[in-house]
Design a protein around this ligand. Structure first.
Ligand code: PLP
Ligand code: ZN
Length: 365
């Protein structure tokens, strides 16, 4: 496999044997990599995200850090007169889809023989990185905002990570992690492109589970855009490999109380938000590092972006529980957005979304 880092700003290239997390110019790094899809082998392998082995940029099988995760089931749900497909990604080993990204990123850390890493997160990415680091026997320091949910902190600590609770905003937490990253490997789910080459398996699995067909639209959350950008990479790779003919419309969901991408996309001029309150803590990101890329993806796929209110999130959250689905509030915010999107449609199309995080994580909130 020939994989290289490529700067999203100045196009400078770096070998992926280097331990770097951004370009010298400060730009975000992406991966240049050509995936291979061996369809015959893929369908005969056990169902996990690693069945797309030749499409994931890790050299040796012995470096793979995995719990045989992925290939989560898809369920059809009715919303009013319309329906949508939901991929149950809250049923991952650490109870959120972030495990897709962590499995690939920690495999890369193992390949690089990393002994100690750091990550900052509002919760779930920290849980995933902590669990996979535990499996790989890599020391890990996780930085979280003071306000992070108890259930997620319990997970991080129990996996054996050093937990650092930072007073201030989510951005203060990131700054603390940047400082620690001067010493240790920065396993960032936002900066490290290997994470996105894990979340992209959401697209692969969706297409295979639909009988190698592409949905018309995908409704996805957008804080830092880890599943949104990952899905785009996945669909694009499948299209370039000739497996699907089109890329679905990507519909992004933000909360009304924290909507920097929505504002930028719609050209709404506001003062930069410094404080916000939303029960969708997982997507409350004031300055998403990959904002420009997210907007590009929505435009390129002919998609859209919408916002949901706190009331819409909490009523959808209750509705989902009453239908037997145990998801966390952030996860409910995407379903609230999905309902809005379906309502706006004149006729039914094949729409897929996902449950992003399990409800027990926020049980005593
Ligand atoms: C991470 C996460 C999301 C999406 O967040 P991004 O910042 O866009 O990657 C959505 N729901 C849950 C539960 C999450 O943990
Ligand atoms: Zn650069």
């Amino acid at each position: 496999m020939n994989t290289i880092y490529c700067c999203s700003l100045c196009s400078k290239q770096y070998g992926t044997d280097q331990i770097i997390w951004k370009c010298n110019c400060g730009g975000l790094l992406d991966l240049k990599f050509t995936p291979v899809f061996k369809l015959k082998e893929i369908v005969s392998r056990p169902n996990s995200m690693w069945k797309y082995r030749e499409a994931i940029p890790i050299e040796k099988d012995s470096d793979i850090v995995s719990f045989n995760e992925g290939f989560t089931s898809i369920i059809k749900l009715n919303f009013g007169k319309k329906s949508a497909l939901i991929k149950q990604d809250h049923l991952f080993p650490t109870c959120s889809y972030k495990d897709r990204g962590a499995s690939v990123l920690i495999s890369k850390a193992k390949e690089l023989k990393i002994k100690h890493l750091v990550e900052d997160s509002s919760g779930n990415a920290g849980c995933s990185i902590a669990a996979y680091s535990a499996k790989a026997k890599i020391k890990c320091d996780i930085y979280v905002p003071f306000s992070a949910t108890e259930g997620k902190l319990f997970q991080i600590k129990s996996y054996g990570a050093n937990l650092h609770k930072i007073v201030g905003t989510r951005e203060d937490t990131t700054l603390a992690a940047y400082r620690a990253a001067e010493k240790y490997f920065y396993a960032s789910h936002v900066w490290n492109p290997y994470f996105f080459h894990g979340t992209k398996t959401f697209a692969y699995e969706t297409v295979e589970q639909l009988g190698w067909k592409c949905p018309d639209s995908v409704v996805l959350p957008t804080g830092n855009g880890t599943i949104l950008l990952g899905s785009f990479i996945g669909f694009k790779e499948l299209k370039e490999a000739g497996i699907i003919k089109k890329i679905p419309k990507i519909i992004a969901v933000q909360t009304k109380n924290c909507s920097p991408i929505f504002n930028e996309f719609k050209g709404i001029k506001t003062q930069k938000q410094f404080s916000y309150h939303t029960i969708a803590e997982g997507i409350a990101i004031v300055s998403p590092a990959r904002l420009k890329q997210i907007i590009m993806v929505i435009k390129e796929t002919n998609g859209d972006i919408l916002t949901v209110t706190e009331e819409e999130i909490s009523s959808t959250h209750k509705e989902m529980f009453k239908s037997g689905f145990c998801i966390e509030p952030t996860s409910a915010s995407i379903i609230a957005g999905l309902k809005k999107y379906l309502k706006s449609l004149k006729k039914q199309e094949i729409t897929i979304s996902l449950f992003t995080g399990h409800g027990l994580k926020t049980a005593n909130k």
